[in-house]
Design a protein around this ligand. Structure first.
Ligand code: SF4
Length: 290
């Protein structure tokens, strides 16, 4: 069996969040630069300039990219040979709490959706688990903004609806959202599974690297078609027109019931913050375990 110290997890979660609220992935920034060159619309060009400049300021002044520093979403891939003698979720939440308190980040989580009392440290995170072979723990983390999350949508289509209705539902969702999810977007799409699985698929999709090409041919073709159609909607950067409504579309699919065709679309704003770490467990002696 293998073990990862609790403090290693706490420190890494804290570090990843403090980094991610101030720094975007290079591929996202490169995509903004490239989109800027493709835009004829002067307003769209100028908004992309501001987004790029905003990133430079956040980096140089060590401040967040956006006032909304998000609700933390965390995907854990847990090696089956790892042994935890502590509460893993509590370790994740301790890292979140330390990042938001020590980093002076906005605390955006309330205890109950109706009493709206702030938890004061941005906990709890939304944590998803899956198991992988071996002794590694992979932590994917994303401080997810409320504006883009609110414009996300889920629909239980009928199997007879097919691809065209999936595409129309996604296009309608993005058109209706306009500037509210702060485009340019990364569009995560889930297809299949059931009601809860499809939302999970869509959320997981926005964490895929922009350059990631899915192996599934149906999903890959859908990504290409959607990217083209979304960027023809003329929503544009911050909803003010242009050809850069999205910089990426990622589709994740899963088998589903013969009677169902669930579809979910999760929108990620231009503050596309995410981070990940791979932690390797240290071997525990048999005597340590007794
Ligand atoms: S949607 Fe994104 S960019 Fe817009 S306010 Fe929220 S976190 Fe900030």
């Amino acid at each position: 069996m293998y073990k990862i110290e609790r403090k290693t997890i706490v420190e890494n979660v804290k570090r990843m969040l403090l980094e991610s609220v101030k720094t975007l992935d290079k591929e996202v920034l490169d995509s903004f630069e490239k989109s800027r060159e493709n835009e004829d619309n002067p307003l769209a060009k100028s908004i992309l300039d501001k987004i790029i400049e905003n990133h430079e300021i956040a980096n140089s002044k060590d401040i967040p990219l956006c006032q909304d520093t998000g609700l933390v979403v965390c995907f854990l891939e847990i090696g089956r040979e790892l042994n935890f003698d502590y509460d893993l979720e509590d370790a994740i939440n301790t890292g979140v709490s330390q990042a938001y308190i020590d980093g002076y980040l906005r605390k955006s989580v309330v205890k109950h959706p109706l009493n709206r009392i702030n938890t004061l440290d941005n906990t709890p995170a939304v944590i998803h688990h899956s198991f992988i072979p071996g002794n590694r723990l992979i932590i994917h983390i994303a401080p997810k903004g409320g504006g883009s999350e609110n414009m996300s949508a889920l629909k239980m289509l009928s199997p007879s609806d097919g691809k065209e209705d999936i595409v129309n539902f996604i296009l309608e969702t993005i058109k209706k959202a306009g500037g509210r999810p702060c485009p340019p977007l990364i569009v995560g799409v889930g297809i299949g599974g059931n009601f809860e699985k499809v939302a999970w698929l869509a959320k997981k999709a926005i964490l895929r690297p922009l350059g990631d090409v899915t192996e599934n041919e149906i999903d890959r073709n859908l990504e290409i078609e959607l990217m083209e159609k979304i960027n023809k909607l003329d929503v544009g950067p911050m909803g003010l027109g242009g050809v850069t409504t999205c910089i990426g579309v990622k589709v994740n699919s899963y088998p589903c019931h013969i009677a169902s065709l669930p579809v979910a679309v999760n929108l990620q704003c231009h503050s596309a913050r995410k981070n990940e770490v791979i932690l390797v467990g240290k071997e525990i002696n048999d005597t340590d375990n007794r």
